[in-house]
Design a protein around this ligand. Structure first.
Ligand SMILES: [Zn+2]
Length: 397
C-alpha cells in the first residue's frame, strides 16, 4: 500500500465526505442483515441480493440516490469479500464489524480506466479521478506503481485526507546466500537482529511527548462541546497521526532491507494481543504486576513490531519462519545453558555457566536465528512449570 496525502478543494471535500457517509451506511446495513443470520436459518442475502436492495434503497432515499452508485456498490462488494474471508477455514479473518462515523471514514474505488485513473501533473503534484469529485490533487511524494488497480480514500481523525493505491507489494528476491537472521522483539530496543544490529522504531520526540502531555491535561480541563476542546482534540490527533506515519515508513524500509539481505527470516511466534491484554484482573483476583505490565504494553505497541512482521511476510513470502518463543531469552546462545538468572536485567544477559555477556535481546535473536530445540531440563527456574514437555522450537511457517 502506498499512501499519499490527498489535497481536495473544499467543494471536493464535501463530495468525499458524502462518499464516506454512503459507504459506511451501506456497509452497516449489510452488517445488520448478517447479524440476524445464524446457522440453520435461510442464508443471509448475498452480494447480488444486496445490490437489488441497494437499488430499492436508492429509489426510496433521495440522499442515497444523489450519491455515487459506484462507491455504494463497492462498499457492498468489500463487505462480501470480508465475509468470505471470515468464513475461510484455512485463514479465518475477523468478522466484519460496524463502522463508526469519525473513526472509519473511507471508501474504495476499483476499475482503473473505467471508474478512475491517476496521472502526474508536476514534480510534486498528482491527480486522481474520484467519481463525482473529478480530478483531485495529491502530493506526489513518491512514484505511483504503474500497475495499481484500485485505491482507497480515507480521512484520518485529524481530518487529513489520504489516498492509498493498492498494489500487492512485490516480493523482494531472496539473496541466495543461505543466511538466516533472527529478530527479537525487544523492550529496550524495538527489535534486535542476530547480527547484533538494533532497530529503533521512531516514536515522538521528547519535545513532542511533552506537548502531547500538556495537550492531554488541557483536554481534561476543557468543557465538553466547547470550541477549545475541539481544537485540543484535533491537535492531539495530529500528533498521534505523525507518530503512526513515522512507524509505517520505518516498517517499510526495515522490512525491505531485511528481505534483501537474508534468505530465511525467523521471528518469535508471539500473540501480541495476548501479551498486551490488560493485567488488571478482576475484583476477586486482582492482577499482579499491573504497573510493570502497563509500561511493557506501551513498549510493545509503540515498537511497531506487528507491522514489521506483516510487512516481512508480504515481501518475503515463504521465507519468514515463526519460532516458539519459549526460553529464547534465558538461553545462552554460546553454550546453551538455560537459566533465568542469566538475564541480569532487561538489557543485559550474562551466562551463569560460561560467562558470555551481551545485549539480552541480541542473545535472544541469535537463539531465534538458530531455531534451537530447547528442553525444560537444566538450570532452568522461575520461567514456567517444570513438568513441561520438551519441545522443538523450530516450526515451519
Ligand atoms: Zn553460556
Amino acid at each position: 500500500m502506498s499512501r499519499y496525502r490527498l489535497l481536495p478543494t473544499p467543494a471536493q471535500q464535501a463530495v468525499l465526505r458524502d462518499h464516506c457517509g454512503h459507504a459506511r451506511y451501506v456497509w452497516n446495513l449489510a452488517v445488520e442483515q448478517h447479524a440476524h443470520w445464524h446457522l440453520g436459518r435461510k442464508g443471509a442475502p448475498g452480494y447480488l441480493e444486496q445490490c437489488r436492495q441497494l437499488t430499492a434503497a436508492r429509489a426510496e432515499h433521495p440522499w442515497l440516490a444523489a450519491g455515487s452508485q459506484t462507491v455504494q456498490q463497492q462498499a457492498l462488494r468489500d463487505f462480501a469479500r470480508a465475509m468470505t474471508a471470515f468464513f475461510d477455514p484455512a485463514n479465518p479473518a475477523r468478522r466484519p464489524s460496524w463502522r463508526k462515523a469519525g473513526r472509519d471514514e473511507g471508501f474504495r474505488i476499483v476499475g482503473r480506466g473505467r471508474q478512475w485513473d491517476v496521472r502526474r501533473v508536476s514534480r510534486k503534484v498528482g491527480l486522481v479521478w474520484v467519481p463525482k469529485a473529478g480530478w483531485v490533487r495529491f502530493r506526489w511524494s513518491r512514484a505511483v506503481p504503474p500497475d495499481v488497480k484500485s485505491y482507497r480514500v480515507t480521512m484520518d481523525r485529524a481530518g487529513r485526507w489520504h489516498v492509498a493505491f493498492a498494489v500487492i507489494p512485490a516480493p523482494v528476491p531472496a539473496p541466495g546466500n543461505g543466511q538466516a537472521v533472527g529478530i527479537d522483539r525487544g523492550v529496550t530496543v524495538s527489535a534486535a537482529l542476530s547480527t547484533g544490529e538494533m532497530l529503533h522504531c521512531p516514536a515522538l520526540t521528547a519535545r513532542e511527548r511533552t506537548r502531547l502531555r500538556r495537550l492531554q491535561r488541557t483536554l481534561a480541563r476543557a468543557k465538553r462541546g466547547s470550541n477549545r476542546r475541539g481544537r485540543v482534540k484535533h491537535a492531539i490527533a495530529r500528533l498521534k497521526a505523525r507518530e503512526t506515519d513515522r512507524r509505517r515508513d520505518w516498517a517499510e524500509k526495515v522490512s525491505t532491507g531485511i528481505a534483501r539481505r537474508f534468505d530465511v527470516i525467523r521471528v518469535e511466534d508471539l500473540q501480541i494481543k495476548n501479551m498486551t491484554r490488560s493485567a488488571k484482573g478482576t475484583r476477586g483476583d486482582p492482577g499482579r504486576n499491573v504497573r510493570q505490565k502497563a509500561g511493557l504494553n506501551r513498549g510493545i505497541l509503540g515498537s511497531g513490531w506487528g507491522l514489521l512482521v506483516r510487512r516481512l511476510e508480504d515481501k518475503a513470502p515463504g521465507r519468514v519462519e515463526k519460532i516458539r518463543p519459549a526460553f529464547t531469552s534465558q538461553r545462552c546462545s554460546a553454550c546453551g545453558q538455560v537459566d533465568g538468572n542469566s538475564r541480569e536485567s532487561q538489557a543485559v544477559f550474562r551466562c551463569t555457566a560460561c560467562g558470555l555477556a551481551g545485549h539480552a535481546d541480541v542473545n535472544a535473536a541469535i537463539n531465534i536465528a538458530a531455531g534451537h530445540a530447547v528442553t525444560a531440563r537444566g538450570g532452568f527456574r522461575e520461567a514456567g512449570p517444570a513438568n513441561r514437555e520438551p519441545q522443538l522450537l523450530l516450526q515451519s511457517a
